[in-house]
Ligand binder design. Structure first.
Ligand code: ADP
Ligand code: 5GP
Length: 197
């Protein structure tokens, strides 16, 4: 059986990672890697679906026990990708999507070189600010912190395999789907039994 694809999507908060991720799950059968975080849930977020919302103590315990593929401190909160479910999905041949920040993205590149990495950019900083405001899930202070961080996060862009500007949603999704289709044919994931000697 072929291994699943690990797809990492990074980019500034509000750029549209979650929106595109949802569509890849609906239309391309991707599983979503549910992260652990110490931040508070937003009103519409569901425990175990969007995140596992855990305490600082629980996060530290899991990190020490080696339960994360990667962790990062983002906007003053801890985030981590649980290792066991990620490994299980890939080995079972399921494609897995990680919506993680660029620090985490860099760690995944080291540990999983065959991971497909996509950096998502907004059409402009003004549009990014607009989207964050329209989403309406952060306070003004949090929005400003996220915008400030966004400009530093873009420094990591050259380390990613693909870059994609999320201008018009449908066309950005089409491009992302094309990347996925091409990467399905990447030789790193092609290990049919009859070729094994
Ligand atoms: P992220 O997960 O990167 O923080 P979201 O997916 O939550 O971002 O998107 C932030 C906001 O921008 C949401 O309200 C979403 O509906 C909107 N959005 C996403 N993509 C686009 C797009 N291409 N054009 C306009 N608005 C968008
Ligand atoms: P948010 O709080 O808006 O859901 O996410 C903030 C940032 O944390 C986003 O850039 C998101 O991609 C990132 N993030 C979410 N989960 C993880 C994770 O498990 N690891 C890392 N490194 N970043 C994460």
């Amino acid at each position: 059986m072929e291994q699943g694809m690990m797809l990492v999507i990074s980019g500034p908060s509000g750029v549209g990672k979650g929106t595109l991720a949802k569509r890849l799950m609906e239309e391309k059968g991707f599983a979503f890697s549910v992260s652990c975080t110490t931040r508070a849930p937003r009103p519409m977020e569901v425990e175990g679906k969007d995140y596992y919302f855990i305490t600082e103590e629980e996060f530290a315990r899991k990190e020490k026990a080696g339960e994360f593929l990667e962790t990062a401190l983002v906007h003053k909160h801890h985030y981590g990708t649980p290792l066991a479910p990620a490994r299980e999905a890939i080995v079972a041949g399921r494609d897995l999507l990680l919506d993680i920040d660029p620090q985490g993205g860099m760690l995944v590149m080291q540990k999983v070189p065959e991971a497909v990495t996509v950096f998502l950019l907004p059409p402009s900083w003004e549009e990014l600010e607009e989207r964050l405001r329209r989403r309406g899930t952060e306070s003004e202070e949090q929005i400003q912190r996220r915008l400030h961080n966004a400009k530093r996060e873009v420094d990591y862009l050259p380390h990613y395999r693909y870059v994609l500007v999320n201008d018009e949603l449908d066309s950005a999704y089409e491009t992302l789907a094309a990347i996925v289709t091409a990467e399905k044919h990447n030789t790193v994931r092609y290990r049919p039994e009859f070729l094994k000697r």
